[in-house]
Design a binder for this molecule. Structure first.
Ligand code: FES
Length: 120
């Protein structure tokens, strides 16, 4: 399937080692992260543990630490670092000329929120 990219913001609009939240209608938000090397990643803004807001976590290397119980989540895959288990949805990101785009189809598709979520 071909991608249809939607420009979301500029890389510079995302705080280094922080994130920017993309609001979606009737869907959980998407968090776009920027690390110290200006790499950009996008994940569903829900931790695979108990749904904590990953956008409020601290980015280190290519991981983000969840603000609720400090799980480390791989920004590339959305998966928790062992011994923790579970993955949150990751989104394709394109960076071109300093602009960050997300795939419109992916952005509009229903998120599989329950995927990988640990039992409450
Ligand atoms: S909700 Fe993220 S570590 Fe518990």
């Amino acid at each position: 399937m071909s991608n249809e990219w939607k420009v979301i913001c500029r890389v510079d609009d995302i705080p280094v080692l922080g994130s920017r939240v993309v609001q979606r209608k009737d869907q959980p938000n998407v968090a776009i992260f920027r690390n110290s090397e200006d790499k950009v990643f996008a994940l569903l803004d829900k931790c695979p543990h108990k749904g904590g807001p990953l956008s409020q976590g601290i980015v280190f290397g290519e991981r983000v630490a969840c603000p609720l119980h400090n799980w480390s989540i791989e920004l590339n895959s959305g998966c928790a670092v062992a011994p923790d288990e579970g993955c949150t949805q990751r989104f394709a990101v394109k960076v071109e000329n300093g602009e960050v785009s997300l795939d419109l189809h992916e952005l509009n598709a229903p998120s599989d929120v329950a995927k990988g979520l640990a039992a409450a």
